[in-house]
Ligand binder design. Structure first.
Ligand SMILES: Cc1cc2nc3c(=O)[nH]c(=O)nc-3n(C[C@H](O)[C@H](O)[C@H](O)COP(=O)(O)OP(=O)(O)OC[C@H]3O[C@@H](n4cnc5c(N)ncnc54)[C@H](O)[C@@H]3O)c2cc1C
Length: 508
C-alpha cells in the first residue's frame, strides 16, 4: 500500500531542507521526477507546522527512527524501511489534523512518537513516512486538587508531572519506571498495565477519565466510555493520535519504605513473591532481580537473588508478615542502606547494564505470578546450556501479573551469538504463551505473537483499525499486522539456536 512512498523517498536522499522547492528544474529527468513530489510534501508539511518543526535531514531522520533496543544493521534491513522520511514536531491538534490530512492524501505512514522508551520498535518506522513527535505538546493543562484529576498534553513526562504534583501533596500514584523520558501519550499507547504504583492503585485503565483523540481518518473525539478508551489504550498509535489525557490522581498518604531480601534459590525467591502478593496490604513497588543485574546498580553482598518491596507506611504487621514469609523461603533481610538505594534506583536499575555492553538485547513478558518460577528456571537452563551472558529483572504489575524482563548482553557483530540470543528470548516467549502469559510490549517486533497470545484483542483491534484508520496510514505493521510471519521467525530462531550449540562442538 505504501510502495509509492518508499520509492519516492529513495530517489531523494541528497536533498536537504535548504534545497527549497523553487529550485527544482521544471524539465527533470525520469530519475529526478520524484524530487518535486517530495519537495511538495515537505513544503506542505512546512505549511502546517512551520519550517523549524520539519526536517528531512538524514541526521534527524536517524534520531527520530530508533529506540534503545538498538539492533544491528542486518536486522533493520530485514525489518524494512526503518528510516523516517520526515521528522515533524507538532504543538497542537490543528497541526496533527493538518499532517494527517497530508498523510492520507499521499498515502504516507505516520508514526506517533513520544519518549521512544517502549523499545520493541514501537515508535520506529517500518515503511518510512512521518515520525510525528508529540513531545512539544507537553503542557500540564490542569491540576484539580478537589476533583483529584489532572489534564495534560500527550508530551507531558511522568517524572515532570509527578514533581509538580508532589509540591501540592498529590501524586499520580502510578508511572512507568522510565518516567524520566516516557510521556503520557506513549504509556497510554503501550497500555500502562504495570509500573510503579500499579499493584496498589491499578493500571492506567483504572485512571483514565477521558482521552481526546484524532483518528487516522481525521475524526476528532473525546472518549469517555471504558470500551472506547480501551481501544486507544494499548493501541501503539495504529488508530490515531491521542492529543489530551485526563487522569485520576491521588493524595500522598504516607512515607514510602522499602525492604530488601536476599535469596539463594529461585524457588525461595518465587515462594516469597507468591506469598507477598497474596497479602492484604498491596505494595507500591515490588522488584525481583538476579545478582547479574544487581552488579550494575546495587551489588548484592549476600544471596544470588533479590526481592525489594516498597509500601506506603510500613506497619509492624507488614514487617512481621514479610519477616516470616522470607524466613520460610530461606531469605534474609539485607540492610536499610541497601533497601533505600533500591527505591532511589527504581528509575535506572533496569537499564544500567546497557552502559556495559555493546548490545543489551531484551524481551519483556507479562507473566502470571505463579508461573514466574517456571520462566526463571527455563531461562537459567538456557543460560547454562548456551553460555551466553544473561540477566533478568521483574516488576510486579498487578497482584496477579509480573512484567518480567529477560536480557542478553551481546556483541551484535557476532552474528551467530546474536541470533542465538534472540532465539532464546523467542523460545522463552513460546513458553510464556503456553503458561498463560505473553509479550508485555507489542510494538513492531512482537506483533507476530498477537494471534497466539492475545487472539481476542487482535480481532477487537482489527475492527477498530477498519473504523479509525481505514486507509492504513497509522503506524503500520504493528498489532493487527506484521512485516513477517510467526512461522518464519520460529524456523529462523530454532535453526540459529541449534547451530550455535553445534558450533561449540565443531569448534572443539
Ligand atoms: C528503563 C525502562 C523502564 C521501563 N519501565 C516500564 C514500566 O515500569 N512500565 C511499563 O509499562 N513500561 C515500562 N517501560 C517501557 C516504556 O518506557 C513505556 O511503555 C513508556 O510508557 C513508553 O513511553 P514513551 O513516551 O517512551 O512512548 P513511545 O515509545 O514513544 O511510544 C510508545 C507507543 O505509543 C505510541 N504513541 C506515542 N504517543 C502517542 C500518541 N500521542 N497517540 C497515539 N499513540 C502514541 C507510539 O507510536 C508507540 O507505538 C520501560 C522502558 C525502559 C527503557
Amino acid at each position: 500500500m505504501f510502495r509509492e512512498v518508499i520509492e519516492m523517498s529513495n530517489g531523494e536522499k541528497e536533498i536537504t531542507p535548504e534545497s527549497a522547492p523553487e529550485e527544482v528544474a521544471p524539465e527533470s529527468t525520469p530519475e529526478k521526477e520524484t524530487t518535486p513530489e517530495k519537495k511538495t510534501i515537505l513544503e506542505m508539511l512546512i505549511e502546517v507546522v512551520g519550517k523549524e518543526s520539519v526536517s528531512d535531514s538524514e541526521l534527524e531522520r536517524v534520531i527520530y527512527s530508533g529506540d534503545p533496543s538498538v539492533l544491528p544493521q542486518f536486522h533493520y534491513r530485514w525489518k524494512g524501511k526503518y528510516l523516517a522520511d520526515y521528522a515533524v514536531r507538532v504543538e497542537n491538534v490543528n497541526e496533527i489534523e493538518g499532517i494527517l490530512k497530508i498523510a492520507r492524501e499521499n498515502n504516507i505512514p505516520v508514526i506517533p512518537r513520544g519518549g521512544a522508551s517502549s523499545c520493541m520498535s514501537s515508535s520506529s518506522p517500518s515503511r518510512g513516512g512521518i515520525s510525528l513527535d508529540i513531545k512539544p505538546m507537553n503542557k500540564i493543562l490542569e491540576i484539580n486538587k478537589e476533583g483529584l484529576f489532572v489534564r495534560g498534553g500527550p508530551g507531558v513526562t511522568f517524572k515532570g508531572l509527578e514533581n509538580e504534583l508532589e509540591k501540592q501533596g498529590l501524586t499520580l500514584g502510578i508511572y512507568p519506571s522510565s518516567a524520566k523520558s516516557a510521556v503520557f501519550g506513549g504509556w497510554v499507547g503501550c497500555g500502562g498495565k504495570g509500573g510503579i504504583g500499579t499493584p496498589l492503585y491499578g493500571g492506567l485503565k483504572d485512571h483514565i477519565i477521558s482521552l481526546s483523540v484524532i483518528g487516522g481518518n481525521g475524526s476528532i473525539q473525546v472518549l469517555e466510555k471504558d470500551e472506547d478508551i480501551n481501544l486507544f489504550l494499548d493501541s501503539y498509535g495504529i488508530l490515531g493520535v491521542i492529543f489530551e489525557i485526563k487522569l485520576r490522581i491521588h493524595e500522598i498518604v504516607g512515607e514510602y519504605k522499602t525492604l530488601s531480601y536476599a535469596f539463594e534459590t529461585i524457588d525461595g525467591l518465587c515462594s516469597a513473591l507468591e506469598e507477598i502478593t497474596m497479602l492484604e496490604t498491596k505494595p507500591v513497588y515490588l522488584k525481583i532481580a538476579d545478582d547479574e543485574l544487581q552488579k550494575y546498580s546495587n551489588p548484592l553482598e549476600m544471596g544470588k537473588y533479590v526481592l525489594s518491596v516498597t509500601y506506603v507506611d510500613v506497619t509492624i504487621d507488614i514487617f512481621e508478615n514479610l519477616d516470616s514469609i522470607t524466613r520460610n523461603s530461606v531469605g534474609a533481610y539485607i540492610s536499610d542502606e541497601f533497601s533505600n538505594k533500591e527505591w532511589d534506583l527504581r528509575y535506572d536499575c533496569e537499564f544500567n547494564p546497557k552502559q556495559h555492553t555493546e548490545t543489551l538485547m531484551f524481551q519483556e513478558y507479562w507473566i502470571p505470578i505463579e508461573k514466574v518460577r517456571d520462566m526463571l528456571f527455563a531461562f537459567e537452563k538456557y543460560r547454562r546450556t548456551h553460555k551466553i551472558p544473561t540477566l533478568w529483572f521483574g516488576m510486579l504489575g498487578t497482584q496477579f501479573e509480573m512484567r518480567l524482563n529477560l536480557m542478553v548482553m551481546i556483541d551484535a557483530a557476532q552474528y551467530l551469538k546474536f541470533i542465538a540470543g534472540k532465539g532464546i528470548l523467542h523460545k522463552m516467549m513460546k513458553k510464556a504463551i503456553k503458561l498463560g502469559g505473553g509479550p508485555y510490549t507489542i510494538g513492531l517486533q512482537n506483533s507476530i505473537y498477537m494471534s497466539r497470545a492475545y487472539p481476542e484483542r487482535l480481532i477487537e483491534m482489527q475492527e477498530a483499525k477498519d473504523k479509525w484508520d481505514p486507509i492504513g496510514i497509522m503506524n503500520p505493521d504493528r498489532v493487527t499486522s506484521c512485516l513477517t510471519s510467526y512461522r518464519r521467525i520460529d524456523l529462523l530462531f530454532v535453526l540459529a539456536t541449534a547451530f550455535r550449540r553445534l558450533s561449540r562442538y565443531v569448534g572443539k
